[in-house]
Design a protein around this ligand. Structure first.
Ligand SMILES: CC(C)(COP(=O)(O)OP(=O)(O)OC[C@H]1O[C@@H](n2cnc3c(N)ncnc32)[C@H](O)[C@@H]1OP(=O)(O)O)[C@@H](O)C(=O)NCCC(=O)NCCS
Length: 471
């Protein structure tokens, strides 16, 4: 039954592709790219005044419109359901999942340029889409790949900063350290020190963001090779695209792994603004901290087990299932193992979500990938079995708002299949991808002149008194 729900979710998504494409035609912001302009920077320059006007109009005409009521539950419950952030690059529907600039994941797979016909989207194309709201053509994506390659040189001190840590330090700690060391080159910081006019903030933010995105795979691959491959670094291959080259520098040259990396980097980029990493990046940047500082902060949030670290936890948990019960585990054994996890006060990693109330489309597209490329992989078959077994158990618990699998439930077994077996490293891959979403929004934060973030906080006493008065 669960499986049918997944299939029906997929076909629902597909039918929405058709419905949505006619809807999209009426959305001025999202246009199919016809311009031959290959320069992303000049495209943005053209778009910014129009979007600044749009924001100004929204503020002056509708600034006092109420968006909902804030309840005590919301304040005590991690601000769930409270609309409080502007995030242009993507929007999450609880049932349908993420849309990047109005495009669902299946639509992105269909419309964004790929490395080969019918292949997975190139992450550079998604970067273009997030920044401009327009679907790029292949030439534009190739030009952006080239630009990123031209920025992909990492200064020596970055490696030294990472080397100062013990090899046993968590990969996310080493990665975040590398990002902090990259900050030394921040153009935003230099421009700010020189007194740049605020109308121009977005330009050095753009410079920093593109350099950061370009250099992250090198830093990430360095961390991987340092920890797991005796420090034998693999140089970049300038004939490859962003995702393909990242897989190459990690040490994986099979065409299928390169395709997986393109898909992986594309789908993990952005998940609207309220999740811990995106919100942290946005919050820190609102103090005019540069993109390196802001993204390093975001990475530290991503390293939490309830957020990005869940992909590591999933594979470790799946392996612990196999260790205890063997690969040919029966459904009853699996149910017992899930209950054992829950009864020991732990969560079942890879299931549940703060906003989603259905199977995550990022899970479904990875499932499609597995069905196409590795249908017989025993761990994939176990993941499929979990898809049937876990949701009814979480539903039976009675308190879990979303019993369905999220993105992290699937990624580990795909990476593991191609030889990237070191689960502790997985969140670093997520981090590389997340830079594309966070940095795209940061550029718009500066272009739109968004202010310092400063919500009001209150004490329990304040809440008690307020509730007494309003009773
Ligand atoms: C993602 C997550 C943190 C969302 O948390 P949330 O918004 O508080 O979720 P809910 O409102 O459904 O939580 C209600 C209760 O159900 C529990 N719950 C939610 N998902 C659960 C899961 N996968 N396993 C066990 N219990 C779960 C929560 O811990 C909470 O219990 P509590 O009231 O005793 O504290 C949560 O689902 C989770 O911990 N999932 C596992 C980790 C994971 O996969 N994270 C990656 C997310 S992309």
């Amino acid at each position: 039954m669960v499986f049918f729900r997944s299939v029906s979710a997929l076909s629902k998504l597909r039918s929405r592709v058709v419905q949505q494409s006619s809807f999209n035609n009426s959305v001025r912001w999202l246009q199919i790219q016809t311009s031959s302009d290959l320069d992303l920077h000049s495209q943005l320059k053209e778009l910014i005044p129009e979007q600044q006007e749009r924001l100004k109009k929204l503020k002056s005409e509708h600034g006092k419109v109420q968006l909902g009521n804030i309840t005590v539950d919301m304040v005590l419950g991690g601000m769930r359901g409270m609309t409080g952030l502007l995030w242009e690059t993507s929007l999450l529907d609880p049932e349908e999942g993420i849309r990047f600039r109005n495009l669902s994941i299946p639509e992105c797979q269909k419309k964004l340029p790929a490395a080969k016909p019918g292949g997975e989207p190139l992450p550079e194309g998604l970067l273009w889409l997030l920044l401009t709201g327009k679907v790029p053509n292949k030439e534009q994506v190739d030009a952006l790949s080239k630009e990123l390659r031209s920025r992909a040189t990492v200064p020596d001190h970055v490696y030294k900063a990472i080397d100062a840590l013990p090899v046993s330090a968590h990969p996310m700690t080493q990665f975040a350290m590398g990002v902090m060391a990259l900050q030394v080159q921040s153009e935003f910081q230099k421009a700010y020190e020189k007194g740049i006019h605020k109308s121009k903030y977005w330009e050095p933010t753009y410079e920093d963001s593109l350099s950061l995105i370009a250099q992250l795979p090198i830093v990430a691959a360095y961390v991987y090779r340092r920890i797991y491959k005796n420090g034998q670094v693999i140089p970049k291959d300038d004939s490859l695209d962003y995702g393909g080259n990242f897989a190459h520098m990690l040490g994986f040259d099979s065409p299928d792994m390169q395709e997986l990396m393109r898909l992986y980097v594309t789908i993990h980029t952005d998940h609207e603004g309220g999740n811990v990493s995106a919100h942290t990046g946005h919050l820190v940047a609102s103090a005019l901290s540069d993109p390196y500082l802001s993204f390093a902060a975001a990475l530290n949030g991503l390293a939490g087990p309830l957020h990005g670290l869940a992909n590591q936890e999933v594979l470790l948990w799946i392996k612990s299932v196999v260790e205890e019960c063997g690969e040919n585990i029966t459904t009853d054994q699996l149910k017992d193992y899930v209950w054992k996890t829950l009864n020991s006060g732990k969560v079942v990693p890879g299931f549940g979500h703060g906003v989603l109330r259905n199977t995550d489309p990022r899970y479904l597209c990875q499932r499609e990938f597995a069905l196409k490329h590795l249908p017989d992989d025993p761990l994939f078959q176990l993941v499929s079995k979990l898809f049937e077994v876990v949701p009814p158990i979480l539903t039976e618990l009675g308190k879990v708002k979303n019993p369905w699998p999220n993105v992290d439930a699937h990624s580990g077994v795909l990476l593991n299949h191609y030889g990237l077996t070191e689960a502790r490293y997985y969140t670093v891959l997520f981090g590389v991808s997340r830079s594309i979403g966070i940095c795209s929004q940061l550029i718009w934060d500066r272009a739109l002149g968004l202010p310092l973030e400063r919500p009001k906080s209150v004490t329990m006493e304040w809440l008690e008194n307020y509730c007494k008065k309003s009773a």
